[in-house]
Design a protein around this ligand. Structure first.
Ligand code: COA
Length: 171
C-alpha cells in the first residue's frame, strides 16, 4: 500500500469511528424486538419506505406469509425505528435473512451490521448450519464483510432490482 493510500484509508477509518462514537454519545440506540402496536407499525413502515416505496410498490407488499413464524429485530433511536431485519428457517438447519433495511439518514454507522450479527447469533443458537439471503447487487459488499459468499443468481425484483443468492456456513 502506498503512503497516500494508507493515509486515505486511515483518515476514512478515523472519520467513520468518530461518526459512530459521536452518535452513540448523543443518542440512545436500542436493539430490540418490536412489541407494541406503534412499534410494529414503524417497523413495517421502515421496510416499506426503504425496500418497496422507491419502486412504486403498495403498502402491504413489505410483508410475506412468514411474518408470524419469523424473528424480527429493530434498532430504535429517540423513539424512531431506524434499522430492521428478519430471520426465518427454511429447514431445521438453514436460516434465511430477509428485509434488512436502515433508514437512509442512519446508514454508515454500523446499524445494519449490528442487526445482521444479532440475527446470525440467534440463527446459530437455534441450530442453523447456514444462513442464506437474496442480496441486492449494490449491497453485496455489505454481506461479504460479514462472511457471506455469492452462490448463484437470485430473482430480479420488480423486474428492475438485480439480486444474488448468498450463503454463510456457520458450522
Ligand atoms: C445495506 C444496508 C442494510 C447497510 O446498512 P448500514 O447500516 O448502512 O451498514 P453498516 O454501517 O452496518 O456497514 C457495515 C460495513 O459494511 C459496509 N457497507 C455498507 N453498505 C455497503 C455497500 N452497499 N457495499 C459495500 N459495503 C457496504 C460499510 O462500509 C461497513 O464497513 P466497515 O465496517 O469496514 O466500515 C443499508 O445500506 C440499507 O438499508 N440499504 C438500502 C436497503 C437495502 O438495500 N437493503 C438490503 C436488501 S438485500
Amino acid at each position: 500500500m502506498t503512503g497516500r493510500t494508507w493515509h486515505h484509508s486511515n483518515a476514512r477509518l478515523h472519520q467513520l469511528s468518530w461518526k459512530r462514537y459521536l452518535w452513540d454519545e448523543m443518542s440512545e440506540s436500542v436493539l430490540c424486538e418490536p412489541s407494541s402496536d406503534p412499534q410494529w407499525q414503524q417497523y413495517y413502515d421502515l421496510r416499506w419506505r426503504e425496500l418497496r416505496a422507491p419502486w412504486g410498490q403498495p403498502r402491504g407488499s413489505e410483508k410475506d406469509d412468514l411474518e408470524a413464524a419469523s424473528q424480527h429485530l429493530m434498532i430504535v433511536e429517540n423513539d424512531d425505528v431506524v434499522a430492521v431485519g428478519r430471520l426465518h428457517f427454511n429447514t431445521p438447519f438453514e436460516a434465511q435473512v430477509r428485509f434488512m433495511a436502515v433508514a437512509a439518514s442512519a446508514r454508515g454507522r454500523g446499524l445494519g451490521q449490528r442487526i445482521l450479527r444479532e440475527l446470525e447469533r440467534r440463527a446459530r443458537s437455534a441450530g442453523a448450519h447456514s444462513i442464506v439471503l437474496n442480496a441486492r447487487e449494490n449491497v453485496q459488499g455489505f454481506y461479504e464483510k460479514e462472511g457471506f459468499s455469492v452462490v448463484g443468481p437470485a430473482p430480479l425484483l420488480f423486474g428492475a432490482v438485480p439480486h444474488v443468492r448468498m450463503r454463510k456456513v456457520l458450522r
